[in-house]
Design a protein around this ligand. Structure first.
Ligand code: PLP
Length: 358
């Protein structure tokens, strides 16, 4: 089976070298030397001011909501992974869905204002597939109405907008280092922000709110382990090559599927993209399902990413978001992973080309 993604594992001896260090120090968690090293290398790599490693991308979102003291309604995107919505509800806030732009799949900045009420405290948007939200327009709406901005940057690692990391925008950006992401630490994530006070809050929240015997605030366990940090240290030096390889995969798909009646996203001209996903769009949900089944019978596991449109989650009262709902019903993400062969891409494309017109 060719799965939609395949976790990259570094050469085993590189990981073992880090394991030896862990055995020598006998320090396996609680912000040990490898976690410190990875945090500092990630800050340099992304050129961001404050970055705190946490145990996953979902706790990163929850810590962000907590640190900004958000209450009431948070305007958010229906087109994301369920973690975005869940983190809002888990932190006792109310998600208010604002439909997306059909071109970028990100929240439509022109619709945000119509969703603002006296209870709105923030905007939480996702850089979908690594494509940037309209960060300027969103900032101007937020400034006008005194709202905070959180970006779920789970897909945005390595993406640059106007020559800086996309994770530098918003009051807080979060990222996921889960095994399925472009850069991973097995499980993991990070919170990124410019403001020192926010960074200090998250530093305390991440580890129960205390330093030694001084108890400053409420907190939770959001920390990462030395084993996770070691995986990150093995993987980080390869990230630029991973991106180049994925770019080749992306271009080969586009070449092979050219003229196949599928819709492809347009990569914005003003960004450095990370090629993290390869979504394709069918003319109807029926056609998508048909193709998904045909692919599966041919040993190819394409995934509906994102589905469902989050405003349709069964535990929420539904609001209508037609663009997001339509996009979610017609999308399939084709396999993209490091180490994927050109033959795999040609094979997948052939299956699609042969069956698209039925
Ligand atoms: C993967 C992902 C998350 C969750 O990250 P975890 O590290 O798995 O908790 C959140 N948002 C988006 C958009 C994601 O793709």
């Amino acid at each position: 089976m060719i799965n939609v993604t395949k976790t990259f594992l570094p050469p085993l001896n590189e990981y073992i070298d880090y394991l030896k260090k862990i055995w020598e120090s006998c320090w396996i968690t609680n912000q040990g030397p490898l976690s410190e090293e990875l945090e500092s290398k990630l800050k340099d790599f992304l050129n961001v001011k404050n970055l705190l490693l946490v145990s996953n991308g979902t706790i990163a979102l929850q810590l962000a909501i907590k640190a900004l003291g958000l209450k009431g309604e948070i305007i958010t995107t229906p087109y994301s992974y369920v973690a975005t919505t869940n983190s809002i509800i888990w932190e006792n806030c109310v998600p208010v869905f604002c439909d997306i732009e059909s071109k970028t799949f990100c929240i439509d900045p022109d619709l945000i204002e119509s969703k603002i009420t006296e209870n709105t405290s923030a905007i939480m948007a996702t850089h979908v597939y690594g494509f940037p939200c309209d960060v300027e327009k969103i900032k101007s709406v937020a400034d006008k109405h005194n709202l905070k901005i959180i970006y779920d940057g789970a897909h945005a690692f390595g993406v640059k907008y106007k020559n800086e990391s996309l994770l530098n925008f918003g009051d807080i950006s979060t990222v996921s280092f889960h095994a399925t992401k472009l850069f991973h630490t097995i499980e993991g994530g990070a919170v990124i922000c410019r403001d020192e006070n926010i960074s200090e809050k998250i530093f305390l929240y991440r580890a129960f709110g205390h330093l030694d015997d001084e108890y400053y605030t409420i907190g939770i366990n959001g920390r990462t382990s030395e084993f996770n940090a070691a995986m990150g240290l093995c993987n980080l030096p390869g990230v630029n090559d991973f991106i180049l390889e994925r770019k080749k995969i992306n271009l080969l798909y586009r070449e092979c599927l050219n003229g196949s009646a599928l819709g492809f996203p347009v990569i914005p001209g003003d960004i450095e993209y990370n090629y993290s996903y390869f979504p394709v769009f069918f003319s109807s949900g029926e056609k998508m399902h048909e193709m998904k089944n045909i692919l599966y019978k041919n040993g190819i596991n394409a995934r509906r990413y994102f589905y469902p449109s989050l405003n349709k989650l069964p535990f929420l009262s539904t609001e209508s978001c037609p663009v997001s709902e339509r996009t979610a019903s017609c999308v399939l993400c084709l396999p993209v992973f490091n180490g994927m062969s050109a033959d795999d891409i040609k094979f997948i494309s052939d299956v699609i080309n042969k069956n698209i017109h039925i």
